[in-house]
Write a protein that binds this ligand. Structure first.
Ligand code: ZN
Ligand code: ZN
Length: 242
């Protein structure tokens, strides 16, 4: 299974991550990627995270550094059950790839029904392309309903490699999500969620989960560079039209 682009990485701009953009390029080269997406946390997460200007200024980054293509993204915070997110449309329209996820500082873990409502509402947000770590154990969701909604909307659900280390109990949940994505034809994204340069392109366990579920390269939005550009182009056009 090819995975040529990492869809989920954090640099020192997210102040709980530890590597610069140029160091992250080394990680991408080490893992033989063709590109990666810089997806710092949205500004509502605590801890001095990027000001909204940061996202507006991503245009200053070269499209390629030492042969590695860079995509401009964000990992938004889902703020409430109505699927509100923490970056204005003005900035979201300038990005290549927009993820949104549930984080405890912004959305307290709630009932399965409430968590599911929040996630499905975020999926329905025309500016959101993908949900990050939907298998996170503190947030029980109705997997079948979330997968069916994502499939209907043409959005992706992430299998997050860091979850197996930092979100204990994710493994079975991610296996369930991957199996349902295969069953319902839902798009999948495979992200490292690297917070250190050496993890950019580290998909070891996530890839195994995806392969075991029988997900093919067409369903995986970042299997090849061409596939990822195709997905981002489609979503960027929809964001601009929204
Ligand atoms: Zn996250
Ligand atoms: Zn992340």
């Amino acid at each position: 299974m090819k995975i040529q682009v990492d869809t989920h990485t954090h640099s020192t701009a997210s102040l709980h991550a530890y590597s610069t953009l140029d160091e992250m390029v080394n990680g991408a080269k080490k893992h033989k990627l063709k590109g990666f997406t810089l997806t710092e946390h949205g500004p509502a997460l605590q801890g001095g995270l990027p000001h909204p200007y940061y996202f507006g200024n991503l245009q200053v980054i070269p499209k390629k550094i030492r042969g590695i293509s860079l995509f401009r993204g964000v990992e938004l915070n889902i703020m409430d059950e109505a699927g509100a997110v923490d970056l204005s449309v003005k900035y979201l329209k300038t990005l290549d790839f927009v993820m949104a996820g549930l984080h405890e500082a912004c959305f307290k873990p709630s009932s399965t029904e409430a968590n599911t409502r929040a996630m499905i509402a975020a999926l329905a947000n025309p500016y959101v392309d993908c949900i990050s770590h939907p298998g996170n154990p503190p947030y029980p969701i109705d997997y079948e309903e979330v997968v069916k909604s994502a499939a209907r909307l043409g959005k992706a659900l992430e299998i997050n490699n860091s979850s197996f280390k930092v979100r204990k109990g994710s493994f079975e949940n991610c296996k369930t999500i991957a199996r349902l994505c295969k069953q319902y034809g839902c798009l999948v994204s495979c992200g490292s969620d690297a917070h250190y340069w050496r993890d950019v392109g580290n998909f070891e366990t996530a890839r195994a989960v995806i392969v075991e579920a029988g997900i093919d390269e067409a369903l995986l939005i970042n299997s090849t560079m061409e596939r990822f550009i195709e997905f981002c182009t489609l979503r960027t056009n929809e964001r601009k039209a929204a």
